[in-house]
Write a new protein. Structure first.
Length: 209
């Protein structure tokens, strides 16, 4: 790429950044056009700007969640986790990403589903929590299941207490939304865990009760 081309690319990115904060329909229009750019970086910047300006619609969310580029899908799940949303079809699209090829997309999708308390995603989240090859994804899925608090996740969360330490710690916290003899027995075992942070989390939970 020549110097002129590099300058043009940088200038367009600067325009997108300014449009993210500036008022006016023309700036919103620029972001919408950039969301269809062939350049993934431009799509990411456009997505951030549209979210910042509260211009995302259900159709636009579905578009970015289906994007062919991993970075755009990662950004979409991260942005969606913190965005106001009352659109079940969009959350269904997020749940599809629990099968994504990229672990960070799966991780982000699980987090977003937990933030939006998506009970319809409990079963696929349980699958990720129990069997995903990446511990980060299992941990995020356990956290989401704990936040949702659906009883269908009880056995999966208890089962996560046999996972790696980070997942076990997350499982202890997740069990705070559940009650019953099986939960008490699981937490009692966690208080004897080989990992001191798991033990500490279980102890704190017991004191909180």
């Amino acid at each position: 790429m020549g110097d002129d081309d590099a300058t043009l690319v940088a200038t367009y990115e600067q325009l997108l950044l300014r449009a993210s904060f500036a008022e006016g329909d023309e700036n919103g229009g620029l972001l919408l056009v950039a969301l269809g750019s062939s350049n993934a970086r431009h799509r990411v910047l456009a997505l951030r700007g549209l979210v910042r300006r509260s211009l995302m619609t259900g159709d636009l969310w579905r578009r970015v969640l289906r994007d062919s580029d991993i970075e755009v899908r990662r950004e979409a799940t991260e942005q969606l986790a913190h965005a106001p949303l009352d659109d079940s079809p969009v959350l269904e699209e997020v749940a599809v990403l629990l099968d994504d090829e990229d672990p960070l997309v799966v991780d982000g999708a699980a987090f977003a589903l937990g933030e939006h308390l998506c009970a319809d995603a409990v079963e696929p989240l349980c699958r990720v929590a129990a069997a995903h090859v990446d511990a980060r994804c299992r941990e995020s899925a356990v956290a989401a299941l704990g936040a949702i608090g659906d009883d269908r996740a009880r056995a999966t969360i208890i089962g996560a207490l046999a996972d790696k330490p980070a997942v076990r710690r997350r499982a202890v916290v997740a069990l705070s939304n559940f009650e019953g003899p099986d939960v008490e027995a699981a937490l009692a075992a966690a208080r004897e865990d080989s990992d001191w942070q798991v033990r500490s989390a279980a102890d704190q939970l017991q004191k909180g009760n």
